[in-house]
Design a protein around this ligand. Structure first.
Ligand code: ADP
Ligand code: DAR
Length: 390
């Protein structure tokens, strides 16, 4: 049976949900990992090890590390290794396959998280420390495409966790509601260009929801990687979106992270989009207590979003470069850029529009991350013009 076939995924999700549902209340901190969970992990670890998966989980979860970590649990939420690796065990086509069920997991399971972090963020070693937050000024970054020849739109987002709460696998229904109440109150207190409305997913008209997703404002539903990571529990309770009146500043509530803070608009004015996001982060930071780790920076559910948690992206058309996939891949590596499809992660490009963004989010300040992306997109546009003229 194909590991990724639906029946197996459903069986695993039932097993995981049972594990999640019991681990928070039935057992207290420090309880042993049950034999049933251990057996499930052993079976699925064997399957992953024998698979052709290219995930960072497969690359870095050696048998030695697996045996060392499989009986550990986190002190406050009793999270297990299974909570961390379930998505990658279920989905061998994961790029990463690893999530932190609570902030303590980054320390308790550091033997696995640290090599994955170093690999993804391009040598953020376990001895490295995220620099202090430094946003700088967006005015330093000129418009990437003033004549609108290539860039359709620009988006800059970051994630935040609220102090005192774990991540999805350990959140209970009341937690989702509490977080939504805090985030709704904070966003509804925003003024000026940020003034807008909060819309809970619960009760949202399907036509409205589909339009918000189609317009790239709202997150998609049914991501199997997030589902297998325990991020769809109690859905849609506590999930929602804040949108300002100008529809160029938005906040996601309880999708993958507790909060995603997003600025976006048509065209290539990265500096203006970035400054708007920074203003929103600082305004919300006065109302909400963001969880920032001394070494890892801002805490997030997925290790790929730690540090600055910034992803700055353009929807861009590069027809000549896209005809040379190997050259395009070389340039993406050179400029440390990530290429996604038109609807974001795990989607295909439509109408020749790709979502291109910075890959790494750690080891640099917020300003340096934006500069790295700005320089990279400029490099791609120069290469596109060269490819067109040759
Ligand atoms: P993230 O992890 O940043 O939330 P996703 O890949 O899940 O990113 O994308 C979320 C949504 O944001 C998708 O609908 C995607 O199309 C949209 N998006 C990303 N970058 C841009 C952009 N530059 N312009 C418009 N929409 C964008
Ligand atoms: N899709 C999962 C996560 C990759 C990183 N993206 C996040 N966190 N949204 C994978 O392992 O492919």
């Amino acid at each position: 049976m194909l590991l990724n076939s639906k029946p197996r995924l459903e069986l695993r999700l039932i097993g995981l949900c049972t594990h999640l549902a019991t681990h928070r209340y039935a057992s207290k901190s420090g309880d042993k990992v049950s034999n049933e969970v251990l057996q499930q992990m052993e079976d699925d670890f064997k399957n992953l090890s024998e698979s052709k998966s290219k995930s960072l989980l497969k690359r870095h979860l050696t048998k030695e590390i697996f045996d060392k970590l499989k009986t550990k649990t986190t002190p406050s939420f009793n999270s297990t290794l299974l909570h961390c690796i379930s998505s990658g065990l279920c989905n061998h086509d994961s790029g990463v396959g690893l999530y932190a069920p609570d902030p303590e997991a980054y320390k308790v399971f550091a033997d696995l998280f640290d090599p994955v972090i170093e690999d993804y963020h391009k040598c953020f070693r376990k001895t490295d420390k995220q620099p202090a937050t430094s946003f700088g000024k967006g005015k330093d970054f000129e418009n990437l495409d003033p004549d609108c020849n290539f860039i359709v739109s620009t988006r800059v987002r970051c994630g935040r966790a609220i102090v005192g709460y774990p991540f999805n696998p350990c959140l209970m229904e009341k937690d989702y509601k509490d977080l939504e109440n805090q985030i709704c109150a904070a966003t509804m207190s925003l003024t000026g260009e940020y003034k807008g409305s909060y819309m809970p997913l619960t009760g949202m008209d399907k036509v409205v929801q589909d339009k918000l997703i189609e317009d790239h404002y709202l997150f998609k539903e049914g991501d199997r990687f997030l589902a297998a990571a325990g991020a769809s529990r109690f859905w849609p309770t506590g999930r929602g979106i804040f949108l300002n009146d100008a529809k160029n500043f938005l906040v996601w509530c309880n999708e993958e992270d507790h909060i995603r803070i997003i600025s976006m608009e048509k065209g290539g004015d990265l500096g203006k989009v970035y400054d708007r996001m920074v203003g929103g982060v600082e305004a919300l930071g006065k109302k909400l207590k963001f969880n920032r780790d001394e070494r890892l920076g801002f805490q997030t559910f997925c290790p790929t979003n730690l540090g600055t948690s910034i992803r700055a992206s353009v929807h861009i058309k590069l027809p000549n470069l896209m005809c040379q996939p190997d050259h395009m891949e070389e340039l993406a590596q050179k400029y440390r850029l990530q290429i996604r499809g038109t609807s974001g992660e795990h989607s295909e490009a439509k109408g020749g529009v790709h979502d291109i963004s910075n890959q790494r989010r750690m080891g640099l300040t917020e300003y340096e991350i934006i500069k790295e992306m700005h320089d990279g997109i400029k490099g791609l546009i120069a290469a596109e013009c060269q490819a067109k003229s040759s």
